[in-house]
Ligand binder design. Structure first.
Ligand code: SF4
Length: 145
């Protein structure tokens, strides 16, 4: 992984997450984790390269070298033993914006479009190929770092 430019890129991803958190968009997520069960929801988050690298770093920090298996069809980052997200503080943008109905529903794209554009710019700067399904994006990011 190239160091300086990648550090700046990942700092920008963190800043996008911080800017998102400071937006006054009212939702009430109580971590039902329904949205983490891809097979049930039929929806898998798509990650830009910067999001995937940041999540991969967070997973490595837990001592894991590879994406865990999850035979239930849930997100591989949802720990089977605890039912918690292994990388919650570094979870991707989609996990921060696609709320279930009980939490108030997903953010409207127009509410966060500027932040999506910033993530796309980071993706381009890292030579990414645009947003990709979480398992694929994460597997490649883990091989990259
Ligand atoms: S990354 Fe974490 S919050 Fe996002 S779907 Fe996976 S387990 Fe859920």
């Amino acid at each position: 992984m190239r160091s300086n430019s990648n550090k700046e890129a990942l700092d920008e991803v963190r800043q996008v997450y911080a800017d998102l958190a400071s937006r006054p968009i009212d939702r009430n997520c109580v971590r039902l984790k329904e949205c983490c069960h891809f097979k049930l929801t039929g929806r898998t988050p798509y990650l830009t390269k910067g999001e995937a690298l940041l999540a991969a770093q967070a997973l490595r920090a837990t001592g894991r070298k590879q994406l865990p298996e999850n035979a239930t069809g849930a997100c591989p980052l949802l720990e089977v033993a605890t039912g918690n997200c292994l990388i919650y503080d570094s979870r991707p943008f989609g996990c921060r914006t696609h709320f279930c109905a009980a939490a108030g529903g997903p953010y409207a794209r127009r509410e966060v479009l500027d932040l999506i554009r910033r993530l796309e710019a980071v993706d381009e700067s890292l030579g990414g190929a645009g947003p990709r399904p979480l398992p694929n994006a994460m597997a490649d990011a883990l091989a990259d770092i």
